[in-house]
Design a protein. Structure first.
Ligand code: XIL
Length: 361
């Protein structure tokens, strides 16, 4: 490039830098100043990574800023609630996939992949199921049917499924749940086999929290997925939810933990990242939060087959945290007015500063 153009470009860039953030805002009318020159999804594409968010369907319908940022910043979406059993089969035998279909259509229009969440979990089950007094054979048939019907419905449209979610306790024993009690530990491999039959091309994940670092729980997940791989059960990946709180020391050793799953030939993913704090937020807490996000992303980028990094919502305006962890909040990348926080900038610079090669199993 001739020197004159270089100078012009440099002047233009520095002028841009002087403009108030709000002029370049994707948040627009709300006055929210987010203004990323290159959205996260573009930066992540250079690193062969999908960057995703959980999506709140009411916000997507009612809030145009939310809708715009969902489409522009992310290359993958996860339904925060609308693919869960209580949503898709509120009454036995009556499926309602409308809200989930709506998100899948949104994703297609925006060039996004979909993480299906979730097939087998102990939580957010419909009341007809939890209070139905079913015997073991009936529950097995009910689970088989739920997995088959749901995965078939979205066949070819869901990239990754969280097939089994949160099956372990902190000490590495299997969690007491309706599934373990009635069906024994074999429900896990059955679920993967049934999901694979229903859509042989979807990537099938085991997903859990507090498994990002090494410890009894992640060791138990490691033992489980090693055995499943050895026995030829169709499992493709392990999801690390990534729900952190700055009230604890930020985790270390996450990349080494992800690496051992990678060596099994599995994909990995950060599936639900957020970093909460005691509210109100302040600069010091926001800096620690940014470091928490950075470490999660760094662990993923260091792992050759870490295929996606998903945040559990992107704005403090809509977050599950305050309702679930009293006194905590401010856990997301953008504040309630869609201003990008240091956490957003940390992901931005982490993605921009890497050149991760493409990698395939
Ligand atoms: C949460 C949603 O964010 C809330 O809106 C809902 O009320 C409860 O579930 N781990 C998971 C997610 O796998 O499905 C949970 O989502 C958060 C913890």
């Amino acid at each position: 490039m001739p020197l004159s153009r270089l100078v012009t470009a440099a002047v233009a860039t520095s002028c841009l830098a002087l403009l108030p953030l709000v002029t370049a805002s994707p948040a627009g009318a709300s006055g929210g100043p987010a203004a990323p020159d290159r959205p996260l999804r573009q930066l992540a594409a250079d690193d062969h990574l999908r960057v995703g968010t959980a999506v709140d369907m009411s916000a997507l319908a009612d809030d145009s800023v939310y809708r715009r940022l969902t489409g522009s910043e992310f290359s993958a979406v996860t339904p925060e609630n609308v693919m869960k059993w209580e949503s898709v089969e509120p009454r036995q035998g009556e499926y309602d996939y409308a809200a989930a279909d709506h998100l899948v259509d949104f994703a297609r229009r925006h060039g996004q992949q979909v993480r299906g969440h979730v097939l087998v979990w102990h939580s957010q089950l419909p009341p007809w199921l939890t209070s139905g007094d079913f015997g073991a054979d009936q529950l097995r048939a009910i689970l088989h049917r739920h997995i088959t019907d749901t995965v078939r419905h979205f066949r070819g449209r869901v990239w990754q499924w969280d097939v089994v979610n949160e099956a372990f306790n902190e000490d590495g024993t299997l969690r007491d749940s309706i599934w373990l009690r009635a069906l024994g530990p074999g429900y896990i491999e059955d679920a993967f086999r049934w999901a694979h039959e229903a859509d042989p091309h979807a990537l099938l994940f085991y997903n859990d929290y507090n498994t990002e670092w090494t410890g009894p729980k992640s060791d138990a997940v490691y033992d489980l997925v090693s055995r499943l791989r050895a026995e030829g059960v169709p499992i493709d990946g392990v999801g690390f939810q990534g729900h952190l709180s700055i009230r604890y020391d930020l985790p270390t050793g996450m990349a080494a933990n992800f690496a051992r799953f990678d060596r099994l030939g599995l994909d990995t993913a950060v599936t639900e990242a957020d970093v909460r704090m005691a509210v109100p937020a302040d600069d010091a807490k926001s800096a620690t939060q940014a470091e928490g996000y950075r470490r999660l992303l760094d662990a993923c980028l260091r792992t050759p087959h870490c295929v996606s990094f998903t945040v559990w919502g992107f704005t403090d305006r809509y977050s599950w945290v305050p309702g679930t962890f009293p006194g905590e909040g401010a856990a997301n990348l953008f504040d309630e007015d869609y201003r990008p926080k240091p956490a957003y900038r940390a992901l931005e610079s982490e993605l921009a500063g890497r050149a991760r090669p493409r990698s395939a199993h």
